[in-house]
Structure formats: C-alpha cells, structure tokens
Design a protein. Structure first.
Length: 181
C-alpha cells in the first residue's frame, strides 16, 4: 500500500465505517432495498459531477447509475431524487472522489454474495454489484495512478474523500428519515 492510499485509508476510516453502519448488513430484502435506494441517489449525484471532470483525466468514472436504475426497476423501487453533489475544481477533488468510488468495488465483492443469497444477480436486481466485481482490476490501476501522479496534495485528497463520505452519509440519513417519517 502506497503512502497516499495509506493516508486516505487512515483518515477516512471512521467516515467509511459510519456509512457502512448506516447501511447495515444486507440480511434481507428490506435491507437491500434501503441500500439500493441510497446507492442510487448517491451514485447519480456524484457520477453526474465526476463524469464531467474525469472524462479527459487519467481515470474515468465507472458509471453505475444506469445499472442502479435498472436494479431499482427490477425490484419496483422508486429511488429518491439525487441531491446535488459539489465537486471541487482541483485534481485532488477528482482523485479523492474516485478513491471512494473505485474503492467501493472491494465492498461490492462482499455485497454481491449477500445479494445472491436474496436471489439477486447480474441480470436481476444486482447488476451494479456484478459490474463492480467484474471491473475489479480498476482498483489496482487506480491505486497506481494515485501514487504516481505528480503534485497531488494529500490533505486535499483526504478532504475530497471525506466530502464524498459525508455526502453518502447525508443521503443515507435522508433516506432513513423518509422511511421513518
């Protein structure tokens, strides 16, 4: 693990853990539907901004919003509207955001098994997870770019990644409030 990834992992560990706890383990269909609503709004919000900035960069975003919308349609879920996500203007903003999105492929490896236990798969209800797992090499490639790109400020990378986790947490909390209210 390179020094930038090590710094990012250490600095975002608490925020990452809080978001994971908000989504909870996927032990039943209701938990999966909650996860799906949150992830759909989250990814649409972030991907819309990131696609504009990363298209010409060293790493483009793996866009999952279309797969998430299809998964929602499969399961007759109405995804909440995507709140606005503000992506900063610096390269660190893009790379810090991609750190979170690309790193989520690691979690997808666990989540796909939980989804499959509920009867979901790459053709019904869990397309986005299957696609992330299939694109697993992207994480290794991203880490190499993260570590070798000149001039990236680690503190700015961390700040960007923390903004993404905070955005995800706010989407999760809004969904939980909508469900209980």
């Amino acid at each position: 693990m390179g020094p930038r990834r090590r710094a990012l992992k250490s600095a975002t560990e608490a925020a990452h853990g809080a978001l994971d706890r908000s989504l909870g383990p996927i032990t039943d269909r209701a938990a999966y539907l909650n996860y799906l609503r949150v992830m759909t709004a989250f990814r649409i919000g972030v991907e819309g901004q990131l696609a504009k900035r990363s298209a010409n960069g060293p790493v483009s975003v793996l866009e999952l919003s279309g797969d998430l919308v299809a998964d929602c349609q499969d399961l007759q879920v109405i995804a909440p509207p995507a709140p606005p996500f503000e992506l900063g203007d610096r390269d660190e903003d893009v790379m810090g955001t991609l750190y979170v999105l690309e790193g989520s492929a690691l979690g997808a490896r666990v989540l796909i098994g939980q989804a499959e236990a509920l009867g979901l798969d790459a053709t019904f209800g869990a397309r986005h997870l299957a696609r992330q797992v299939k694109a697993g090499d992207r994480w290794v490639e991203f880490q190499a770019i993260l570590e070798t790109t000149d001039g990236l400020d680690v503190d700015a990378l961390i700040a960007a990644a923390l903004r993404v986790f905070a955005f995800g947490q706010s989407v999760a909390e809004a969904e939980l409030n909508a469900e209980s209210g």
